[in-house]
Write a protein that binds this ligand. Structure first.
Ligand code: CTP
Length: 418
């Protein structure tokens, strides 16, 4: 199921040159399954033709307050009622001022005023206009009204100036949209996620590693942010950009990962160990590059500590034990091996990856996993994009009655409502 399946998003496009970037944003929302309708201000429609958005969304693009083709409907009321989220991007100083003052003198501002949908505002303008006290005060008002304002990026602008005012990257805005539409079930919780491979050096240029890309762990971290958690992402080497909003801790070796995870053990309500940790490391690390010899090379390896095993050993010592979610990369006896790891490492859940398939497991965008919980409940997920798998894993954990009390969504003394 796409992440924004059945969601109705109204996209307000106002008069900034950055409007052209929003064409791609709309396409991405559509790819995520959303039904997107665009409302353009008069100035917005000078930058990008309404026809472009009509073609991209498959929906009529709205402009004026009054629809001469359909005198019966009052578009600002029907549009306001029928959408889950209003994304205003780019939002000019003019539109921000309108919204801050509760004006309703164009369709977009009237829709915002009449609606109950969540509002996400992405300011984009010349940096002096953005930094002006009037704009800053207006933005503060929007935040007070409960609108989510995404700070613009710093950089060079179309007008030749440099400073804050550029539209942020879509990944960041998309995360915020997904977050605004999520249930926020992890609000107030701290989630520690490990991801990626570890590298165990042999000499200054070589190492023992594995094919993990970090995609599954990063997707779980991103979704936890969207669900409102404070997320710490401890990651081995990965080319991926850490999801916006995580506290990012970069490590290289299994031993570094061990130290960083242990240092944060006490603050975590949930620990997700998606990293592919190297089980072994070379006994000796050569200080100089190892030269080739006729005799070949034998490398002696010693075992790394099993971080997850250690966490399972000590978790029950805490007054409120963290929820422990492990992963298992398996190529044979998949279920049985996964079940054994769940028990041996004292986990609440294990997510079992079949790494023998080409379209699942390491270094691909999709995954097919089975989730087992400590009571033996089994959930087989179909082949999904890793982002969707992450969504389903969190749904499973949050929706499960088997989540031990004193964990998620529960304040001191309250019942565990999952
Ligand atoms: N893990 C860990 N520390 C290690 C090895 C593994 O924390 N030194 C964690 C992984 O992050 C994962 C789980 O243990 O959540 C299972 O990892 P996996 O590689 O599937 O299994 P292993 O326990 O290493 O056993 P084996 O390699 O023999 O299958």
């Amino acid at each position: 199921m796409p992440l924004l399946d059945k969601k109705k998003i109204l996209c307000g496009v106002t008069g900034s040159i950055a409007a052209y970037k929003v064409c791609d944003w709309v396409r991405s929302l559509k790819r995520d399954g959303a039904d997107v309708t665009v409302v353009m201000t008069e100035a917005g429609s000078r930058f990008v033709s309404p026809l472009t958005f009509a073609a991209l969304t498959g929906n009529k693009v709205y402009g004026g307050m009054f629809d001469p083709e359909d005198a019966e409907t009052i578009p600002h009321i029907s549009l306001a009622r029928s959408h889950d989220l209003i994304l205003i991007a780019p939002a000019t100083a003019q539109t921000i001022a309108r919204l801050a003052h509760g004006l309703a003198d164009d369709l977009l501002s009237a829709v915002v005023l009449a609606g109950e949908a969540k509002v996400v505002v992405c300011p984009a303008m010349n940096s002096k206009m953005y930094l002006h006290a009037a704009t800053q005060e207006n933005l503060a008002k929007l935040r007070k009204y409960g609108y989510l304002v995404i700070d613009p990026e710093h950089g060079s602008m179309a007008c030749g100036e440099e400073g804050p005012g550029r539209l942020p990257e879509w990944d960041q805005v998309r995360n915020s949209v997904l977050g605004a539409l999520s249930s926020g079930e992890l609000a107030g919780k701290t989630v520690l996620v490990t991801a990626g491979p570890t590298e165990e050096p042999l000499d200054p240029v070589r190492f023992i590693g594995n094919r993990s890309s970090g995609k599954m762990g990063y997707a779980l971290a991103a979704r936890a942010v969207q669900l409102g958690a404070n997320v710490i992402l401890v990651s081995g080497p990965s080319v991926l950009t850490p999801p916006h909003g995580v506290a990012y801790v970069k490590v290289r070796t299994a031993s570094e990962m061990y130290s960083e995870v242990m240092a944060r053990f006490d603050v975590a309500d949930i620990i997700v160990k998606a990293a592919a940790v190297s089980d072994f490391r070379p006994v000796e690390v050569a200080r100089q590059k190892v030269k080739k010899t006729e005799a070949g090379l034998t490398i002696s390896l010693m075992q790394n500590r099993d971080i997850l095993h250690k966490l399972g050993e000590i978790k029950d010592d805490r007054p409120k034990p963290p929820l422990l979610i492990g992963f298992a990369a398996e190529s044979e006896n998949i279920l049985e091996n996964g079940r054994q790891k769940l028990q041996k490492k004292n986990l609440d859940y294990i997510v079992i990856n079949d790494i023998s398939a080409d379209d699942s497991g390491f270094a691909v965008d999709s995954n097919r996993v089975t989730i087992l919980d400590r009571h033996g409940r089994q959930t087989d997920l179909p082949l999904l994009l890793k982002e969707e798998t992450a969504l389903r894993i969190w749904q499973e954990v949050l929706g499960s009655e088997s989540v031990p009390s004193g964990k998620i969504g529960q304040d001191e003394g309250a019942d565990n409502e999952q």
